[in-house]
Design a protein around this ligand. Structure first.
Ligand SMILES: Nc1ncnc2c1ncn2[C@@H]1O[C@H](COP(=O)(O)OP(=O)(O)O)[C@@H](O)[C@H]1O
Ligand SMILES: [Mg+2]
Length: 410
């Protein structure tokens, strides 16, 4: 059988041909290899250079190789964070004419680390919680897309620290299965496997002295499942909102925030019986919102203000006709953000008379207006709108604020 390279990109086969396919992967000379840390695996896995790219090469039988390649392509189409499949090489033969195993090639996920390397310096429990949250987000996203992993574990996940955010990526899809939708039983089975795998991996780390003494491997496995359940519930419960939906959406975003998750993306679909809203969750690190708001709008604020303002900006963006995250034809987030500054943020802040603003800067005023709107809407059990909130804030809140100030001046 002749050597055959099936690739997703037509430029790759030529680059890949330069690699020593006639040698078992374990015998590849160093000049082809890139020495980066690897996780634990059943198969032989090596990193190699192909043109400007670093690729991960995994040796396995033909059927599972083709299957994993197709599954990774499906995950890519579904927008799930997973390694990119590049090619499958079949028909390899050794110098003696003996057939060699197939290989699956994926793009090395830049900036990623296998969990063992991350734990080498004994990770603080708080950081560990963020990583586990990222893994819970990944599993929820896979399940929402109908993918049963079959082997969710730390070894089959890569973690990336990206602009203050932690993201988990699926690296091993071999045992996975894609369905139109998962049953509760399928999800729970998958989750149970994750719990057992993760607790086992943490026990191994504990035995090698790499685990923070305050972390209990068994409790931690259970905790991941609890995080998954909270997130699943918050994301999937009935999500059709009546008109004047703003308040309901904000309530759900706040609940996600309280659970420690952020909304990375939001989609509002208009239907005759109301609007249905989908959220894509994300785990973020301290200072993330501040940097994000600064980058998008130029507003330099405190972290809590930034979180509140970004939520408002996100909800507003989702109502704009040209909002299409991930679509090159949609408006860029920066463009929408500037429109929001011009059409919403500034006019709202300006409507507060300067003499009532005191020491507050525009971001603080806007933040307080959003809080006030939230407070009044909760009381009214529906969204009272920004304009009403602004009026009430000017008439009732700000004058009271100034009184104690004046009395101390007198
Ligand atoms: N595209 C990739 N980018 C970065 N690391 C990778 C990539 N593919 C594989 N690896 C590393 O190799 C390890 C083993 O890969 P995996 O697909 O899980 O093999 P196995 O099926 O044998 O378990 C992973 O834990 C990861 O550290
Ligand atoms: Mg694996």
């Amino acid at each position: 059988m002749a050597l055959q390279i099936n690739a997703t990109n037509p430029e790759h086969p030529a680059l890949l041909l330069e690699l020593p396919w006639h040698l078992p992967l374990e015998e590849w000379p160093d000049k082809y290899l890139v020495p980066l840390p690897r996780g634990i695996s059943r198969h032989v896995v090596r990193y190699a250079r192909a043109g400007d790219e670093v690729i991960a090469v995994k040796e396995l039988a033909q059927r599972p190789a083709l299957r994993e390649y197709e599954l990774l392509r499906d995950l890519d189409r579904l927008g799930i964070p997973a390694v990119d499949p590049l090619a499958v090489v079949t028909g390899r033969t050794g110098p003696d004419g003996e057939p060699l195993e197939c290989v699956l090639i994926t793009r090395h996920l830049g900036g990623s680390m296998p969990y063992r390397s991350m734990f080498e310096t004994t990770m603080r429990p708080a950081t560990m919680h963020r990583l586990m949250d990222a893994l819970a987000v990944l599993l929820v996203r896979l399940h929402l897309a109908g993918f049963a992993w079959g082997d969710c574990s730390l070894s089959n996940t890569l973690f990336r620290r990206d602009a203050g955010a932690f993201a988990a990526y699926l690296v091993d899809a071999e045992t996975g299965d894609l369905h139109p939708e998962l049953t509760r039983g399928q999800r729970e089975y998958d989750l149970d496997l994750a719990r057992v795998n993760i607790s086992g991996e943490l026990l191994d780390l504990e035995a090698s002295g790499a685990l923070h003494p305050s972390v209990d491997p068994i409790d931690f496995g259970t905790e991941i499942c609890a995080r998954y359940q909270e997130l699943w519930k918050e994301l999937t419960r009935t999500s059709v909102y009546p008109a004047g939906k703003h308040h309901y959406i904000e309530r759900r975003i706040r609940r996600l925030n309280e659970l420690g998750f952020d909304v990375a993306e939001m989609q509002i679909e208009h239907a005759s019986n109301g609007d249905s809203v989908t959220f894509v969750p994300k785990v973020v690190d301290a200072g993330h919102h501040q940097r994000q708001l600064l980058r998008l709008t130029g507003l330099d604020t405190e972290e809590n203000q930034a979180r509140r303002l970004l939520n408002d900006l996100e909800s507003w963006m989702a109502t704009q006709d040209d909002y299409a995250p991930g679509d090159p034809l949609g408006a860029r987030p920066e463009v929408l953000a500037h429109r929001w500054v011009r059409e919403v943020f500034r006019p709202t802040v300006r409507s507060v008379p300067p003499e009532l603003r005191g020491q507050m800067d525009p971001a603080q005023i806007y933040h307080e207006l959003l809080e006030h709107r939230w407070y009044l809407s909760e009381r009214a059990q529906h969204d009272i709108g920004l304009e009403t909130a602004v009026e009430d804030y000017i008439q009732r809140v700000l004058p009271k604020r100034r009184e104690p100030l004046r009395s101390t001046e007198e």
